[in-house]
Design a protein around this ligand. Sequence first.
Ligand code: ARG
Length: 464
Amino acid sequence: MTQDSTSNRMWGGRFAEGPDAVMEAINASVDFDRRLARQDIEGSLAHAEMLGRTGIISDSDAAAIRKGLLTVLSEIEAGTFRFSRALEDIHMNVENRLAELIGPVAGRLHTARSRNDQVATDFRLWVRGQCDAVHEALGALMRAFLGQAEVGADLVMPGFTHLQTAQPVTWGHHMLAYVEMLARDRGRFADARARMNECPLGAAALAGTSFPIDREMTAQALGFDRPMANSIDAVSARDFALEFLSAAAICAGHLSRLAEELVIWSSAPFGFVQLSDRFTTGSSIMPQKRNPDAAELVRAKTGRIGGALIGLMTVIKGLPLAYSKDMQEDKEPVFDAADSLMLALAAMTGMVADMKPVPERLRAEAGRGYSTATDLADWLVRVAGLPFREAHHVTGALVRKAEEKGCDLAELSLAEMQEVHAAIQPEVISILGIDNSVASRASYGGTAPNRVRSQIRRWKEELG
Ligand code: ARG
């Protein structure tokens, strides 16, 4: 059998190209880590400046490197930079171009540095930037909810448990429930950001360096709070990315619950909301349809984002300290999760801002299913002095009676009610109304319109 001279003798039979091409395919990361270009150059600028100021390289070399790096950056931003897979990753692509531009002095940039601390720094800067972007995007979604809460502070709708009509609530209250959830999401990203804001640069390969570098200076230049205290940890740690992904996965879970509600609410049998044309599509065969595609896709993105978290946790779980090439696989899941989350947040912000609650439908359903039975039980406790368990039992008997008659609780006659319990008075009828019901739930955190309005004021102040 003849053997293609470029393919590997042991396993190259099915490869048209030689092992070098396969190695390049598995090894090169520039196709995705080019997204770190800006951070890579920022890190190099800070490092070169520090090398110059500490006298490790001359001021003129530092200045030449700086000028060259800015040119590389402008080429990348203009889209004229030629990325080469043969140069493996973004770090070597940038350095190679720098050498083309300024000659051998470019080689001095890598003094007291390794790609290990370089990539750790670049990636931290990128993830930190994403924390800020997500913070902004969450703020926009929270504001959209706040707008909905304001227009429907006293709009009554059914509240559900088990997706069974439970008790009437207000639209504003339901909207503010999401504001609370999203605020905690923001808090998680802020916590992760604060913890990740330490600088790995200067850890070099893993052990530090023999050059008299100033790590405080580079940390400060890059907006970090301090340099990381252990060089081995600095190049090994990826928990900052995991924290970002876990915050993202939890947030995506929240968006998915919201998406699910929008899918249910906008369905014809519910008819609770109308989604705008901007975020729905028609069916090619059924002209009457308006499909909540954007909500469905947000619900689905949760799978990729959670998958990214599990994926990266699995990548790092068996790695000995310090750097291993496995860690190059940290970037794609984080990029994908960040992109997916930002897109999901933008879609949800548009959908929530545009959606129109349908008051007639919400009110009609709010009163169904004996939703004010608890109000009746509470009245029996408050006015007739029954223990709650007994009141619950009496109310249950009244619900059964109404069910048998096929009517609402309020449609039972006083005599029918008194057959069940003699203490029942005519005034209970007003208790059974849905507006009364929500207004009465004025405990702190409750659904009463007054409570909702004061929470709206609080959030408006907080969000500015
Ligand atoms: N492209 C590599 C990564 O993303 C950069 C670090 C390479 N370090 C090394 N020792 N080979 O992880």
